[in-house]
Ligand binder design. Structure first.
Ligand SMILES: *Cc1c(COP(=O)(O)O)cnc(C)c1O
Length: 357
């Protein structure tokens, strides 16, 4: 231990937690296969390592946004089926990667591929509009592509009981029937993490799980998910300041009594949103302590009161929360956003990523 330099800015990813979460989700999905969604470098956790852990946990498919993300998985030697769902027209998707198709124009550029026809059931994002669906299905049936699945994506699955879920499910059933009537026999996939946990009736042949696999619960209910990511740094310098001294740019915080400050060498360049200034704590020496003044590019200052902390001591910015440290969810709630954005924002060259488990 003594010889090790403490981390300046380190994200650790607990691969046992990923595996645990995937196993839980796969069990909830019942007979349905589990696609582990590893887009955006595995929501900031590292796509290749997460994909391997997910496949060990019982996932059999991988989902990526772009073809480039899918190719990175193949280049790492991962041979599980991968669906890449959103590329610009003309992007070359190498053979062996499944392609999502939302339009006849796109279909017409493909030959001999395995495709997943996407119906827009109410998100108005990608997916084929309902009035164009019969033509897309007919064209796909007449093409030399293999229609592996019909699929869609839910808008409000994280709000249990939201009427849009049933309305989207109904439109999905209609689209599936049209595919059957055209002589196709596709599989179906609709559920994201929230629907996998909340709507077993919508798991069909496959579920596409993202956020819950990383241990973050999109639902208000309690689930046995383990957050995989911990963000830590170390104390770089300590000092005592007198009453009346102010802290950081803008001097937005002034000490009312003498206090010990710990300088932690991470800032907004490392993924701490500047909007958290004056609104968050860290775990230092087993205690939650407030961060004072503005978040700088490279530094924050922790108020330790009369406690003495040592240079090199561990500082936990966020983690699973089981030691009392803040969570990504807590940051998100303070900022009025979702934890997806917090963890995905931790994919930065300045951070070292370490895998445990
Ligand atoms: C990101 C994404 C998912 C995973 O969603 P989570 O809410 O993270 O489970 C599933 N399907 C599609 C099409 C996506 O883009």
């Amino acid at each position: 231990m003594a010889a090790q330099t403490p981390p300046r800015a380190e994200v650790t990813v607990d691969l046992d937690a990923i595996r645990h979460n995937v196993a839980l989700l796969a069990a909830r999905a019942g007979e349905a296969a589990t696609m582990a969604v590893v887009k955006a470098d595995g929501y900031g956790h590292g796509a290749v390592e997460v994909a391997r852990a997910a496949l060990r946990g019982g996932a059999t498919w991988l989902g990526s946004c772009s073809a480039a993300e899918a190719v990175a998985l193949r280049d790492a030697g991962i041979d599980a089926p991968i669906l890449a769902w959103l590329d610009l027209p003309g992007v070359d998707v190498p053979p062996g990667i499944d392609i999502a198709v939302s339009s006849i124009e796109h279909l017409n550029t493909l030959s001999g591929r395995r495709i997943h026809l996407k119906i827009d059931t109410g998100l108005s994002r990608n997916g084929c509009p309902r009035e164009l669906w019969p033509d897309l299905v007919a064209a796909a049936a007449a093409s030399d592509n293999e229609v592996y699945a019909v699929w869609s994506h839910l808008a409000c699955a994280d709000e249990p009981g939201h009427p849009s879920v049933d309305s989207q499910a109904k439109r999905f059933a209609e689209a599936y029937q049209i595919a059957l009537d055209a002589g196709l026999n596709p599989k179906r996939h609709l559920a994201n993490s929230a629907a996998t946990l909340d709507r077993p009736d919508l798991c069909f042949d496959m579920v596409r799980v993202g956020i819950a696999m990383y241990g973050l619960n999109p639902l208000p209910t309690k689930e046995d998910l383990k957050p995989a990511m911990t963000f830590r740094s170390s104390v770089a310098l300590t000092k005592r300041i007198a009453a009346g001294e102010s802290v950081s740019y803008g001097q937005s915080w002034t000490a009312e009594k003498p206090t010990n400050l710990a300088l932690v060498p991470v800032g907004y360049a490392d993924g701490i949103p500047r909007l958290l200034s004056g609104r968050f704590d860290v775990l230092l020496g087993g205690v939650r302590r407030p961060v004072r003044g503005r978040v700088c590019m490279d530094q924050i200052l922790v108020d330790c009161g009369d406690d003495v902390v040592e240079v090199g001591e561990e500082v936990v910015l966020f983690g699973p929360g089981d030691r009392g440290e803040p969570t990504a969810r807590e940051w998100a709630d303070t900022l009025g956003t979702i934890d997806y954005e917090i963890v995905t924002g931790m994919y930065r060259p300045r951070l070292t990523r370490r895998y445990v488990g």
